[in-house]
Write a protein that binds this ligand. Structure first.
Ligand code: UD1
Length: 429
């Protein structure tokens, strides 16, 4: 398995272009199967997870053409032969479960493997299933698969017990083609959910209220759109801006959107950073610099959007490791999302975990060491910690990073970081 070798680097400086959002692209690729004619998606990041979703669509008989360098993915959804998402594909990527709503929405039946657990918690799908049942879809769990019968599907009131991103997305997709009106209450408000709804609206769906907690949907019979461009990746932008803050440099993230990063940027300012935003043709250029020492923050709490994103919690924690005082980070979205703590501690950080809170006492310096990535965002946190650690840090299990960060070494190298991918030796025959 590849690893990334990180050396203590000068303060990062320069410009980094932000890619399309993985977490918007994945449900939109899945939702394209609701359409009746070919669709070209643009601003698709070149990531392992995108290839996995493409493979899943192909396994159902759809035709796709993925131009990785151009960031376009053409999908012809007219020929779906197997309404099934097999265990082998869903197990590797939980987002494969996003095909359930689109499949049953369009074909009135589906068979999708239940996803397993993952490093950041059990991650059940009970809220997804309840939402589909609220649309009068019959569901059975058989041999590890959810088998859906949507022959009596109709619009209805869907109340989510928690604003789950994936459950909201599955419900939107099924309701988009369910006869009658649906109302999703306590819906997730994340920008990626809004982007999915906007994609469907561009295809002729009747959806209102996306971006708020109540989404109204009037089912339609046909959906079709020639092309659609995915929103920028707020988590990728936040990761490079956190790295700028940690190294005390000045980085401009281009092709991103400030409005998606409000809570994160407010906390970055609280750590002593200056944040400047320049509008740029409908998007923004966000520049972060840190003129003085890193200030501790009393408490950062991860919350559903518009709160502080759980997907930036680990990167923020890496920054707070070198603050001039004690900070608290509370994780309320996932039950087991502090796996990076033990690795940061091995690099000399002083972090104590109490329940779902991490108490971070700032230290003067970190020291490089081999570290093991446990999930995508934890890996990013370890990489940016390596930029300020004395000596060398080897981030193992880099495949996690490749799932979510496009051209990660090139982008960091472009900012002056000392990073190098170490290719795993191919065993000789
Ligand atoms: C999505 C994002 C992920 C992000 C998360 C929260 C994608 C591909 N992934 O994941 O990067 O960290 O939103 O912003 O978009 N839950 C249940 N039952 C369910 C569904 C969820 O208990 O049926 C729990 C989960 O275990 C978790 C919490 O709800 O503790 C949030 O999960 P959810 O919002 O569904 O996240 P995902 O859609 O899986």
């Amino acid at each position: 398995m590849d690893s990334i070798l990180v050396e203590k680097s000068p303060p990062l400086s320069g410009e980094v272009r932000i890619s399309g959002a993985k977490n918007a692209a994945l449900p939109i690729i899945a939702a394209s199967l609701l359409c009746d004619s070919p669709v070209t998606l643009q601003n698709i990041p070149n990531l392992a997870d995108i290839s996995a979703m493409e493979r899943l669509l192909c396994s159902m008989g759809m035709e796709t053409r993925y131009e990785r360098d151009e960031g376009t993915l053409e999908i012809d959804p007219s020929r779906v032969r197997w309404l099934e998402a097999p265990y082998d594909l869903v197990r590797k990527m939980r987002a494969s479960f996003f095909v359930l709503g689109p499949l049953v929405g369009k074909y009135r039946e589906a068979k999708v493997s239940m996803p397993g657990g993952c490093a950041i918690g059990a991650r059940p799908v009970n809220i997804h299933l309840k939402a589909l049942e609220d649309l009068n879809i019959e569901l059975e769990v058989e041999h590890g698969y959810v088998v859906a019968d949507g022959s009596a599907m109709r619009g209805g009131r869907v109340h989510l017990e928690f604003p789950s991103v994936g459950a909201t997305e599955n419900a939107i997709c099924a309701a988009a083609r369910a006869p009658g009106e649906s109302v999703i209450e306590n819906a997730a408000r994340e920008p990626e959910v809004t982007d999915l709804a906007d994609f469907l609206v561009a295809a002729g769906a009747k959806i209102e209220g996306q971006g708020t907690s109540t989404i109204q949907i009037q089912g339609v019979d046909n959906l079709s759109v020639d092309s659609y461009s995915i929103i920028p990746d707020r988590i990728e932008a936040g990761t490079y801006l956190a790295a700028a803050a940690l190294t005390g440099g000045t980085v401009q993230a281009t092709h991103c959107r400030e409005k998606d990063l409000t809570a994160f940027l407010a906390d970055l300012r609280n750590t002593g950073c200056e944040v400047n935003v320049e509008p740029d043709g409908g998007l923004d250029k966000i520049t972060v610099s840190r003129p003085g020492p890193i200030q501790p923050v009393s408490e950062i709490v991860t919350l559903p959007y518009p709160g502080f994103p759980t997907d930036l919690q680990a990167q923020m924690m890496a920054l707070l490791c070198l603050a001039e005082g004690t900070s608290i980070v509370k994780e309320t979205i996932f039950e087991n999302r502090f796996m990076h703590v033990s690795e940061l501690s091995r690099m000399g950080a002083d972090i104590r975990v109490e329940g779902n809170s991490a108490i971070i006492r700032g230290v003067k310096s970190l020291s490089g060491s081999p570290v093991m990535a446990s999930d995508l965002r934890a890996s990013a946190a370890l990489l940016i910690a390596g930029l300020v650690a004395e000596g060398k840090t080897e981030v193992l299990r880099v495949y996690h990073l490749d799932r979510g960060y496009e051209k990660i070494e090139q982008k960091f190298l472009g900012l002056g970081a000392k990073v190098e991918r170490v290719r795993a030796a191919v065993p000789s025959k």
